[in-house]
Write a protein that binds this ligand. Sequence first.
Ligand SMILES: NC(=O)c1ccc[n+]([C@@H]2O[C@H](COP(=O)([O-])OP(=O)(O)OC[C@H]3O[C@@H](n4cnc5c(N)ncnc54)[C@H](OP(=O)(O)O)[C@@H]3O)[C@@H](O)[C@H]2O)c1
Length: 297
Amino acid sequence: MTSETITADAAGTWKLGDLTVNRLGLGAMRLTGSAAFHHGTPSDRQRSIAVLRRAIELGVDHIDTAAFYFSSLRSANELINTALAPYPDGLVVAAKVGPFRDCTGEWGTSARPEDLRGHVEENLRQLGRDHLDLVYLRRMRQDSIAEHFGALAELREAGLIRHLGISSVEPRHLAEAQAIAPVVSVQNRYALDHPDELLRICGEQGIAYVPFYAVAGVAGERGATTDHDEAVTAVARAHGASPAQVRIAWTLHQGPHVLAIPGTGNPDHLVDNVAAGAIRLTDDELTRLDSTRTKAG
Ligand SMILES: NC(=O)c1ccc[n+]([C@@H]2O[C@H](COP(=O)([O-])OP(=O)(O)OC[C@H]3O[C@@H](n4cnc5c(N)ncnc54)[C@H](OP(=O)(O)O)[C@@H]3O)[C@@H](O)[C@H]2O)c1
């Protein structure tokens, strides 16, 4: 099977509450342009729209976005709306609220709990939807998330949000949120070179775990890491795959509750990333890749 014929169901599915999604999804952050948090060159509009439409053709039914993903001329939510509305049945669009940027792109201070309704409504307007399938509270250094999460729980009760998640959190925040409302997903930074204990905790509780920067790794917002351990390149060679694909495949092998959302604005990378869902790593390969983590400390 060539990469072009592998679809997003190759790694199986997971239920976000009552919504079934393929485990291989798409992060929208890279659709708006290059450079650190997208103050740089705006993306080619038609190319980004093509990536989104191709993703749907390839079976992607889980897109992660945010109103604060924008460059000078592109908004991830607007691109999603233009490319995909009327939205296909079964497409789950997840948005994050908490951080915000003003119209010049500068980061504001963290949203207050009472601001969150406005942030949810901004996502609804941009996406052209009347409810959001999944909304994450993206924690912004606050010690307790109870007030913010409580505000989102009220919006869920009001029907603006179907399911709730939390992002950039520690285990104690999960317990804090669960005392208020059900949490279907945790989105945290996690990669071969970046461990996180919430992966295991979510697996034990049947909660989705959605890693970000799985491809970027140590490079974070700068883009895909080029700092590959020899084990990663060797496993990639053995599968005729790229290191980025191995990094995605490795995250998917960490548990059935792990949902990949690799971010790309490149149509070829999209095809590769979807195809990574079909890579089956052997126990030996997993051991070899895991050993790089010990080396990374
Ligand atoms: N909750 C949070 O705080 C948070 C923070 C950051 C991101 N996120 C979400 O998580 C998603 C994933 O994170 P991310 O997009 O920053 O990082 P990522 O998926 O780990 O990596 C994306 C970077 O890798 C490149 N890339 C992607 N696929 C590739 C491939 N097959 N070969 C080579 N390079 C490849 C992309 O460039 P190209 O565009 O050139 O492919 C981009 O520079 C985001 O899109 C966003 O939805 C959440």
